[in-house]
Ligand binder design. Structure first.
Ligand code: NZQ
Ligand code: ZN
Length: 388
């Protein structure tokens, strides 16, 4: 196990009605930028609750509305402009990962002299940020408790993840009832995303990271148990609560620290979104089983890893590593496509041509150096083609 620093400064208020803690924002100043997406929070009433609490706490509220899924740099720039003009003290995101990610770079951009795209390309440019708060409405990315933000510039077909300690939220409110209104499509995509975060950290060649591995298996079992329940019963509190808390831990360092894996499926998916603006979790679901099969074939020693996954997560009773590994991959494929109803190939999300695969693969290969099984540009093109 490598040395590591585990640092999660985010205060979490978890459970029904915890939004009342937004009143604590008054301790951080008097002007807040409220960041939200395309309007779901207005429909389900969270907007009204939040504005009332902030108003009663004496805070002036400025708004950055309309953050897109796969948030765009233009929206970030708009938010930075408001913060600088109005001398805003803090940023509050209410929404899913896209809204929280946008708010993070707005908060860092407000304290930065240049263009916020610089921060997207290089997280070290984010030295300090306005305090960031979030009310999570979609369980998936873990942005509510991590240092990452992913922003796109569609004029360049670029989507990059950045990271900085100062972008870790100061406080996040996780009320599972706020996710009752999440659509089946986004519930399934969110489950695929949190599972992928867990896989990216779990599949490592590093030995002796048992604590992290057993935590990861527990998270995966929880996601596999409750993803289908949330699909069938959107207002099942326990399902939504378990998914929410599992997603936060999949990416907050708990299961990554000590093995420090570079991620590989995410860089491939980010290229799909950069060129085709598809839903992140759907792209991951499509790529994951294909990637697993490819990796098992390219490096047969990974049979051991996939077999352990199959036995501990899926209860596969098979002593032979190769066949246990194959069964585990098949369980994963069936779960994502049959149980969760996620799109099974790239055509199903509207990617009908392979014209950009070479460029996308080149970028993804650079972004995944040091991952579980190293992938060349040609390997990635092959994975894209197998997912077609
Ligand atoms: O925009 P609104 O109207 O709010 O609607 C959203 C959006 O259309 C809707 N939604 C959210 N909460 C809802 C709801 N609809 C009804 N009821 C609710 N309670 O869901 C749609 C998708 O929202 P979005 O925020 O885009 O989804 P998600 O949370 O999956 O975020 C995806 C983004 O996060 C990035 C992805 O790349 C993508 O850009 N990621 C961020 C990471 C991080 N910060 O650590 C890591 C991830 O790997 C990921 O890359
Ligand atoms: Zn993700």
């Amino acid at each position: 196990m490598y040395n590591f620093r585990f640092y999660v400064p985010t205060k979490i208020y978890f459970g029904k009605g915890e939004i009342s803690h937004l009143a604590e924002l008054k301790d951080y100043g008097s002007k807040v930028l409220l960041v939200y997406g395309g309007g779901s929070i207005r429909k389900n009433g969270i907007y009204d609750s939040a504005v009332k609490i902030l108003g009663e706490a004496g805070l002036s509220v400025f708004e950055l509305a309309g953050v897109e899924p796969n948030p765009k740099i233009e929206t970030v720039r708009r938010g930075v402009g408001i913060c600088k003009e109005e001398k805003v003290d803090m940023v509050l995101a209410i929404g899913g990962g896209s809204t929280i990610d946008c708010a993070k770079v707005v908060a860092a951009g407000a304290k930065y002299d240049g263009d916020p795209w610089d921060i997207v390309l290089d997280g070290t440019k984010a030295v300090t940020a306005l305090p960031i708060f979030s009310v999570l409405t979609l369980s998936a990315t873990g942005s509510e408790m991590d240092q990452f933000a992913v922003i796109s510039d569609m004029t360049k077909n670029e989507k990059w993840g950045t990271a900085a300690d100062c972008m870790k939220p100061t406080m996040s409110i996780l009320d599972p009832t706020y996710t009752f209104s999440v659509s089946k499509k986004q519930t399934a995509a969110g489950t695929a995303d949190m599972m992928s975060h867990t896989f990216e950290n779990y599949f490592t060649k590093e030995k002796g990271v048992d604590v992290q591995a057993r935590f990861a298996e527990g998270l995966l079992k929880t996601m596999i148990k409750y993803g289908p329940v949330a699909l069938a019963q959107p207002d099942n509190y326990d399902a939504r609560a378990n998914l929410m808390w599992a997603a936060s831990h999949a990416i907050n360092g708990l299961i990554a620290n000590g093995s420090q894996p570079a991620w590989c499926v995410h860089p491939m998916e980010h290229e799909l979104s950069a060129f085709y603006d598809i839903t992140h979790g759907q792209g991951l679901a499509i790529l994951t089983p294909v990637w697993m099969k490819f990796v098992l074939k390219k490096d047969p020693t990974t049979a051991e890893n996939f077999a352990v996954y199959g036995r501990n997560v899926w209860g596969i009773d098979d002593d032979d590593d190769q066949s246990a590994a194959e069964k585990a991959i098949e369980c994963t494929r069936k779960f994502l496509f049959e149980t969760m109803g996620l799109p099974a190939n790239l055509r199903a999300v509207g990617i009908t041509s392979d014209e950009h695969f070479e460029v996308m693969a080149e970028k993804a290969a650079k972004g995944s150096v040091g991952c579980f099984v190293p992938l060349t540009k040609d390997d990635i093109v092959e994975i894209f083609r197998a997912a077609f």
